[in-house]
Design a protein around this ligand. Structure first.
Ligand code: PGA
Length: 229
């Protein structure tokens, strides 16, 4: 990827890990990093853990110089206040500067709608959190204030069968062609340390969104290494 924009690596832990497991992950990941730091001058590494891990990971990361950013997996579409169970952008903005919005699993299991997702984007943007807006095809609606989009075809998620870099490039190109405000399109769906380099090579693809491959420290570290080299 020759563009001036950084290549995004967005790890999505989904609904995984106890706090103890998150700490262990960080200990192993940071040890790997310290031993041999990847050259990520052109890469932005973002980890999206569950809300319960944010504060601890934020503190642990700040004890080091490892440039790992934190993101949310979801954000409230309501303002702060009497909205039981919701985590608002204002609450999380000091720890997370990114958020996934409309991940296919949330559209499927929580039945999130375009209207709700638009509200989530608005609240995120209002508090300086960059939305990473997830769509499953180039035909889907994208709010006009989204600069970063994730193309994640449902059939490729958690299946071990990724979309080809060539097709992901076509979809990314189509999304950018029809949405002038979109600067970065990243690809999600069975991205691993073994296949990440092929996505890096496609100039239209501005990053990757690994789920399963972010869960173990070694596979996430190797994925970053292979994207960097
Ligand atoms: P996966 O998830 O890497 O486990 O396939 C990707 C995604 O949720 O987009």
């Amino acid at each position: 990827c020759m563009s001036a924009l950084p290549f995004y690596i967005v790890g999505n832990w989904k609904s995984n890990k106890t706090v103890a497991e998150a700490v262990l992950w960080w200990q192993e990941f940071s040890a790997l990093w310290r031993k041999s730091p990847p050259d990520i001058s052109h890469i932005k590494v973002i980890l999206c853990p569950a809300f319960i891990h944010l504060q601890l990971l934020d503190s642990l990361i700040k004890l080091t110089t490892i440039p790992l950013h934190l993101g949310l997996q979801d954000v409230s579409g309501f303002p702060g206040g009497a909205y039981t169970g919701q985590v608002s952008a204002q609450m999380a903005k000091d720890m997370a500067h990114f958020t996934l919005v409309g991940h296919s699993e949330r559209r499927k299991y929580v039945k999130e709608t375009d209207v709700e997702l638009g509200a989530k984007v608005n609240h995120a943007v209002a508090f300086g959190i960059e939305p990473i807006y997830c769509v499953q095809s180039e035909e889907m609606t994208i709010p006009s204030n989204c600069q970063t989009v994730a193309y994640e075809p449902v059939w490729a998620i958690g299946t071990g069968t990724p979309d080809t870099p060539q097709n992901a490039r076509k979809v990314a190109g189509a999304i950018k062609a029809s949405h002038s405000e979109v600067k970065t399109v990243i690809y999600g769906g069975s991205v691993t340390a073994q296949n990440v380099a092929a996505y890096v090579e496609e100039s239209q693809i501005g990053g990757v969104l690994p789920g399963g491959a972010s869960l173990t420290p070694l596979s996430f570290y190797q994925l970053i290494l292979n994207a960097a080299s």
